[in-house]
Structures are given as C-alpha cells and as structure tokens.
Ligand binder design. Sequence first.
Ligand SMILES: [Zn+2]
Length: 304
Amino acid sequence: MQDILIKNGKVLLFENNDVVIKEMDVKISNEKITKIEKNIQQEPNDYVIDAKGKVVMPGLINTHAHIPMSIFRETTEGCKLYEWLSEKIWPIEDKLTEEDVYYASMLSYIEMISTGTTCVNDHYFISNAIRKAAEKSKVRTVLTRVLMDSDGEENLQSRISEFEELYNSKDKENSLITYTVSPHSFYTCSPRALEESRRLAKKYNLPVHVHFLESIDEIEDIKKKHGEEAIKVLKRYFYDIHTILAHGVKLNDNDINELKNMDVAIAHNPVSNLRLGCKIADTTKYLKEGINVSLGTDGQGSRK
Ligand SMILES: [Zn+2]
C-alpha cells in the first residue's frame, strides 16, 4: 500500500485543550498518521497531496441525518414541522423506490465527501439501498430502519422485520458500517413500538437514535400518547442504553438535570431547527451542565 504525504496544508491540531492551526506536512503509513512536521521529505512510495490553501483536519461527523433526503430540498418554506412532515414529506416518501433511494443517497455522499464529512448517523428506511451507496462511497455510516406506528399498528411488525433483515444481512468484514435501533420519535411511536425498540437494542446490543423534543407541539402530544413527559418516557425505555437524541431543542431545567446523569448525547441541528420554526437549542447551557453535544444536518429538505 502506498504511503500518503499531505504537503503545505494548514493542519488543525489540538494543543492544551485548544485548537491551533499550523502550516505543516502530514505523513500517513498503513492507514495511520505517523508524522506531523514541517518539510517532510518525499519518499519513493509516497502518494503526494498538495494541500496548499486548504485545512487538514479530522473528518467531520454528522450525528443526525436522513441521507436520501437530498432530493427533497426546498420543500419547507412556510411550513411548521408537523405540517411539513404530514403534508409534504410522508406522501412523497411513500412513493420512493430502491433506485430513488440509492441515487439520492449517492448525491448526499458526494456532498458529504466535498465538505470533509467522513462519518454519518442515518435515520431512514429502504436502508438496503442506502447501504449500497455507503459501501460504494466508503463514508463511515451508522445505518438503521426507522420504526414507528402512528400510521397504523399493523405497520410496526413489517418495519421490525425489515430492520432485522437489514441487520442480519450485514457484511461482518465491513467495519465502516454499523447500526442503531431508531424509533422515529415518542410522538409517532406507541408504548409497544418503544418496548420493541428496547427489545431490539438489547437483543443486538445497539445504541438508540431518536428524535427528541424538537418542537413545542411534541411536548403535549407525547403526554397524550404515553401519559407522561418525554424525559420520563426516555428513562422508562432507554435508561440503560446509549441514546442519541436528535434536536433536544425544548429541554427544560429538569430535563437537563436528568439527561446529565444518563448515557445520552444531543445531536444539534441548528439549520433545520431554525428553518422549521422550532427555535434553537441552548447548547451552551447543555455543555456547561456536562451533556455531550454533537452536530447534525438533519435531512436536506429542512435545510438548503
Ligand atoms: Zn431528523
């Protein structure tokens, strides 16, 4: 295998808990960074990349995305979250084919590669087709088959079967693709759907990835569906499972207090939240309280 030598870039380094940028070269041998120094001499086996005028940094990690939504751009203008989902997105998604999802995913992967994103945590369906695109693009991907039953209890079992088929047909040699169990949200999942999500997460020892307190309407809807607040629902089903909470815009002080003692991370999607009129999560406060916060893009339907 060829070594890689990245020359003349501005290298982003972490020093004393801070980020510094230095003009240096980077040498990679056997897929590991072996040197970060000025003027590393080129050797015969080196594949040289001239990074002049560019930043050399670790890959970005997109912790909440709906990969195939590249074909849903510009569908949100003037819509609130529920209206956008039920009137615009879900009717189109019902018509998607495997081929649509494959090419829509490839388009997203091209965008990710062009922005330096090397890992993405997905939340979608027709996931066989996404997996094909992930294998081809070689972007590290966390896959799932989203579970929900607000459109009819009878749909839950087929979604669970699709998830299990996806997981059980995984390529054990491909460490770039891993999996989560992903209920859509607490307002679109019945208690039974959440119990099943818990069962699957335990059975396969997987983390959970779920939309959580994204919009104001959700707060009451969750209470109606589950008879208790979102934070209690979270604790009831997933208290001992690592859980990625997409959004967390509407956390109150009690929620923050509970979350800081749980194995959770908030995937913060500011562009999507603002475009859908959900306001913005107070991530400064979350970080001060010791909650892990990461960045996500959400789907391209709710961002440019
Ligand atoms: Zn989302």
